[in-house]
Structures are given as C-alpha cells and as structure tokens.
Design a protein around this ligand. Structure first.
Ligand code: F6P
Length: 345
C-alpha cells in the first residue's frame, strides 16, 4: 500500500504532529509506503513530493506550521465549467503509485475529499482548522492553540486598557463561526463577544461598553472577523480574494472602534490579532489530538475505511463518513451564546 499525504487550506497548529502520527503508524506499524505532496495540490500537479518515513518526521510534533507546506491550489481545474476528468486524476495518482490519500484540511478540503470518495477514490480525512467549524468532530486540531494565543492577547490588552480606562476591541479569526471568539472571550472574561452567528446592533454594543464604564471598569470586546453588525449583510473585507476565491476578511475591529468611541465618548482602540493565532508551537492538547487523529487515519486506511474522517467524539477518535462531516458548518449554538450574553456589559 502506498499513500499520498497532502495538506490543503490555511495552516493550523498540529499539522506536523498529525503527519508524524500517520507516518509512525502507517510506515512503521502497518508497513505502508507514504509520500507527501509539497504545498498541497500544487505538489500533486507538479510532481513535487517527499518520501515520508520515520526519519522524515523526527521531532516535528512541537513545531508550528507544516513542513510539507499547504496551499489553496485546487485539485482540479473547474474554471472551464467542463466536468472534472476523474480518469485523468486517477492516472495522475497512478503515476505516483499511490492507492489513496490522507487529506489534512478543513471544510473545503474535506468537501473535496468527499467528492473524490464518491468517485471511488481512496480518501481518509484528518480535520484541522483553527476555526473549529467542521462538523463530525468535537474539536479540530489548531483550535486550542489559537484560543490560548487569543486568551493571552486579551490578558495583555486588559492591563493596558485598564491603565488608560480605554475600551479595547480585539479581532480574532473566525470566518463563518465564532468559536475562537467565544472560547477566548470566556477564558479572558471579555465584556462582550461578537460572533458571526449572532448579529448585534452598534447601539447594543455601546450600551454594554457604557454599562461597564458605569461599574467603574474598562471594556474588553472580542469580535470574530466574520461578525456583521445587525442590519449589515456583508462582513468587513480586505482587498483581494483568497486562494479559494473567497473575499479576504479582516478589519471589523477597526470599523467598530471609532463608532464605539464616537457614540460613548470612551477612548477605544482596536487590535487585529491576525496570523499570530495560527503561528507557533501547538499546545499539548493539539499535539495529542493531532497525533491520535493521524494514528486513527492510518488505521482506517489499513481497514479500507475510505471516505471517512477521523473525528473526536468525546474522548474517542471515530471514523465519520466524509459525506456526514461536510456540507454544513458547525456553528456556535444559540444556547452557548445566550449563556454568556446574559453577562455582557
Ligand atoms: O480558515 C481558517 C482561517 O483562519 C479563517 O478564519 C481566516 O479567514 C482565514 O483562515 C485566513 O487565512 P489566510 O490569511 O491564509 O487567507
């Protein structure tokens, strides 16, 4: 058995640990050959590969980023509108001698995995994304690291904000879902968390900020990049599109801060945390989750459980059909938001 390992989408702390887990189990225990495609589908298209064996993954679990590289290069050329030529895709796989893939990615990548699986192409998915928006798993690796970094940023902003009696607005990632904002905000005791799933009016946000000031405190507000104030139908975007052709989000904190300052008279500052959340060493939790996920992926390949993804369910890693894991995002449920909203302000 020869397996291709490929990462696609934004990087996420823990990807190295996941590859290591899959290789140690796949090569050393099950006797597979494994080959990594450099920079995701680019490596597949251009034949840029690395043989994966025990020495290739030595000591990589604590490292951030991913040594194989990742990209948003698509697996097929769908711009022409022509149907995808899966025979050509299979022939390309054949040229590398691979029987299937271990695909490390988020929602977009696992959706591609389920399309390939429908065609009978061997795919096992390992779910990663700092956004934690993939259904079919309780947590994706990378999320815990991002939350820890964002919570630390809150703690730091809190001390300077308190010293100047300012309102501090911290923007975190979260394109469609607010898991990072919710968890980091709870960990840091934020006075409001603004999530893409739950629009709030500027007036309401200002009321919270004013009530915090009236209690003699300074506000710390966490906002997810995909948050839309009530009545707005588009999130704040930066110029340009990402590799998947989606608008690049970012800047909502810089829009909110002057509005809050004008309306409340309280000096307000914005911080956009950006890629600091994705970089650096994964937490121990993410290393363990990613390693277990990689091991489970290699075991699933051995059992021929193609078309599945290694999801965390409680404390167990279970193989979930890809078709059940993709297609809808795991959003923050209303009850999780309501439980914290009661204490906003
Ligand atoms: O998909 C994960 C994510 O972290 C999103 O929250 C964010 O919009 C996106 O990646 C930004 O990625 P990049 O800057 O690499 O395009």
């Amino acid at each position: 058995m020869r397996i291709g390992v490929l990462c696609s989408g934004g990087d996420s702390p823990g990807m190295n640990a996941a590859i290591r887990g899959a290789v140690l189990r796949g090569v050393d225990v099950h006797g597979f050959e494994m080959v990594g495609f450099v920079d995701g589908w680019r490596g597949f298209h251009e034949g840029d590969t690395v043989e994966l064996d025990r020495p290739a993954v030595r000591g990589i679990s604590p490292l951030g980023g991913v040594f194989l590289g990742t990209s948003r290069v698509p697996p097929f050329d769908s711009r022409s509108g022509e149907p995808v030529d899966f025979d050509a895709f299979r022939a390309r796989m054949h040229s590398f001698g691979i029987d299937g893939f271990i695909l490390i990615g988020g929602n977009g990548t696992q959706t591609v995995g389920s399309i390939l699986a429908e065609q009978g192409i061997g795919v096992v998915g390992l779910p990663k994304t700092i956004d934690n928006d993939l259904d079919g798993t309780d947590y994706t690796f990378g999320f815990d690291t991002a939350v820890s970094i964002a919570a630390e940023a809150i703690d730091r902003l809190r001390t300077t904000g308190d010293s100047h009696r300012r309102c501090m607005v911290l923007e975190v990632m979260g394109r469609d879902v607010g898991w990072i904002a919710l968890h980091a905000g709870m960990a840091g005791g934020a006075q409001a968390m603004l999530l893409p799933e739950f629009p709030e009016s500027i007036e309401q946000v200002c009321e919270w900020v004013t009530s915090v000031r009236d209690r003699g405190r300074s506000s710390l507000i966490v906002v997810a990049e995909g948050f839309k104030p009530a009545g707005e139908d588009q999130a704040v975007t930066r110029e340009g599109l990402d590799g998947f052709g989606r608008p690049r989000l970012g800047g909502v904190a810089e829009v909110l801060a002057p509005l809050i300052e004008q309306r409340t008279g309280i000096e307000t500052r914005a911080t956009v945390l950006g890629h600091l959340q994705r970089g650096g060493s994964p937490t121990a939790f993410d290393r363990v989750l990613a390693t277990r996920t990689g091991i489970a992926g290699a075991d699933a390949v051995l059992r021929g459980e193609w078309g599945t993804m290694a999801g965390l369910r409680g404390d167990r890693i279970e193989m979930v059909p890809l078709s059940e894991a993709v297609g809808r995002l795991k959003r923050v449920p209303a009850e999780r938001y309501t439980e914290v909203r009661l204490n906003f302000g």
